[in-house]
Ligand binder design. Structure first.
Ligand code: TNX
Length: 533
């Protein structure tokens, strides 16, 4: 390990020692279009912001506050905000007439000033994120650094994302992760221009969201004793949920909560066994895999229970989408449950698979009546689905392609590429994970809208998502180790046009980004193309 680290650091310092060339920018994700210029802008304690125009002024002021906080920590400068000015300023503006997508921006760094124009305030936010990446990586430090000239090379950049959905899933239903941990990842996601956080809040092994109407969900469902005697626990109060949602919103990240049903529900059923087919009693599952006891689809009270939960969830998460899981629901209990069999007869369903579709459609109707739209894993396609639902394709891309053919929007998260809970190096040296051999380059090469998807359907592909399941990710350090640097590859494949994607260039730029992650104290994996020595 030590030798590898030294070699890596030598490589990094070699890169640093070269004279700075404006074409060596360490930008991730790589912008759509860069024109390199000569010279640089230098940030000083006299630099100020100028918020131009009337459009979205209040929001732009919030963005200034966000970046000022950051800049002050590392540089010690408190940048003022002025009404006018042309020299030593960072000018920002929302310009709706720009011929760019909503999240797009145009920026120009010249020796006298930096100008960032966004199609929306979010575009401005991303433009400034790019500006931050133009300054030395030390700008990410939370301690003041006095020995650095804060120079950004002169460039003109026109940029916009390929995909509108650029996501990351964190599973807290296997191993709980703290609010502090989540905020740290949201900071990094914002830096990478990612905009969706899929929060997998419930599973067979833990229920982690406080629901006022059903206190036993967290009293009973948020603590588990494993076979080895270790205790695993944790849940978020509604106040903490609001705190995370607001923190994400400040970074232009929408939080999508996932409440799993009809399967992966044993933590909830341990607390409220009356909503299962057998009535229990149960104890929270203390191994991984798929559980046979699921919500009873024949009992109207089950739907009342779930709808009451979703009503509270709908208020906590202002985003439009609610994820209801839908994956891996065994039908064993349903096929022998009298209430489920009666439902199959009464509703003229073909069989127990029809019951899965009945379940999902009934929940979707409820969500729509609350102004929310449903999203679920690709199993929700089985037996028919209402057209407004979005499908997350995880068992490969086939589910996604079928869904797009049927007119659904799709998020690609095929396990072969996007499951970054698998190991990312040689099995001999990597810690245990759920799977092996998901290397950085193979993740990077993934294309969410490839030739495999008929051209006329590609507009249904909203983007890709990296899934961080936590069966084996028991500590924050190890979870970060699995997330990084692969999350950076996922950020780029969602943002950067196919023709600009290049793995060698990505690895070059990665060195600079890893230094930024150091300032955030991220425990990333060090990628070595040669494998172990
Ligand atoms: C499959 S992806 C699951 C998860 C596991 C994951 C492990 C999906 C919808 N279900 O419950 O954590 O594999 O990689």
């Amino acid at each position: 390990g030590g030798v590898i680290l030294v070699l890596f650091l030598m490589k990094v310092s070699e890169g640093r020692a070269r004279t700075m060339n404006n074409t060596d920018l360490s930008l991730i994700p790589l912008p759509k279009n860069i024109v390199y210029q000569k010279g640089y802008f230098e940030l000083t304690d006299e630099t100020s912001w100028v918020v131009m125009g009337e459009e979205s002024r209040e929001e732009l002021n919030k963005i200034v506050t966000y970046f000022n906080r950051k800049i002050q920590q590392s540089t010690g400068y408190v940048l003022s905000v002025k009404l006018f000015g042309n020299e030593n300023v960072i000018r920002i503006k929302v310009d709706k007439t720009l011929k760019l997508k909503d999240e797009g921006y145009r920026l120009e760094v010249s020796s006298g000033r930096i100008t960032v124009k966004g199609k929306t305030a979010q575009g401005v936010f991303y433009g400034i994120q790019t500006v931050m990446q133009l300054f030395p990586s030390q700008i990410e430090s939370n301690l003041k650094i006095e020995t650095i000239a804060w120079k950004a090379p002169c460039v003109i950049i026109n940029d916009e994302p390929v995909f509108p959905y650029r996501g990351m899933l964190l599973d807290v239903g296997r191993h709980f992760h703290s609010v502090e941990f989540i905020k740290k990842q949201l900071d990094i996601m914002a830096m990478l221009k990612m905009n969706r956080f899929h929060w997998h809040l419930t599973d067979d092994q833990l229920w982690t969201i406080e629901i006022k109407k059903y206190p036993r969900l967290t009293e009973v469902g948020a603590v588990r004793r494993n076979a080895d005697g270790t205790i695993h626990r944790g849940f978020y109060t509604q106040e903490q949920i609001k705190e995370v949602v607001a923190y994400a919103a400040e970074r232009y990240i929408t939080v999508i909560p996932e409440i799993e049903m009809p399967g992966h529900a044993l933590a909830a059923l341990t607390a409220y066994p009356e909503y299962s087919c057998t009535g229990g009693p149960f104890s929270i599952r203390n191994m991984w895999g798929v559980e046979e006891d699921v919500y009873c689809a024949g009992n109207d009270k089950t739907f009342e229970f779930l709808e009451n939960i979703l009503s509270e969830v709908a208020v906590l998460f202002p985003g439009k989408m609610i994820h209801i899981g839908g994956d891996e629901c065994p039908k064993d209990r349903w096929s022998v449950c009298p209430k489920c069999r009666k439902r199959i007869r009464d509703e003229n369903l073909k069989d127990v698979n029809g019951l899965q579709s009945y379940f999902i459609r009934r929940i979707e109707k409820f969500l729509l009546s609350h102004g929310k739209s449903m999203i679920g894993w690709d199993e929700i396609l089985e037996g028919g689905l209402a057209p407004s639902a979005t499908v997350m394709s995880w068992r490969g891309e086939k589910g996604g392609i079928t869904a797009a053919t049927m007119g659904h929007d799709v998020i690609m998260t095929p396990s072969k590429w996007m499951y970054i809970d698998a190991g990312q190096g040689a099995v001999e040296v990597e810690p245990i994970a759920i799977d092996v051999g998901k290397m950085l380059d193979s993740v990077y090469e993934y294309d969410p809208a490839s030739e495999k998807i008929p051209k006329e359907l590609r507009h249904h592909v909203l983007g890709a998502q990296a899934n961080m399941w936590t069966e084996y990710a028991t500590t924050p350090e190890y979870t970060e180790y699995l997330l990084y640097p692969r999350l950076l590859a996922v950020a780029e494949l969602n943002w950067t046009p196919k023709v600009k994607k290049n793995y060698d260039s990505f690895v070059q730029r990665l060195n600079g980004l890893l230094m930024r992650l150091d300032y955030h104290h991220v425990n990333y994996h060090i990628p070595l193309p040669e494998g172990p020595a």
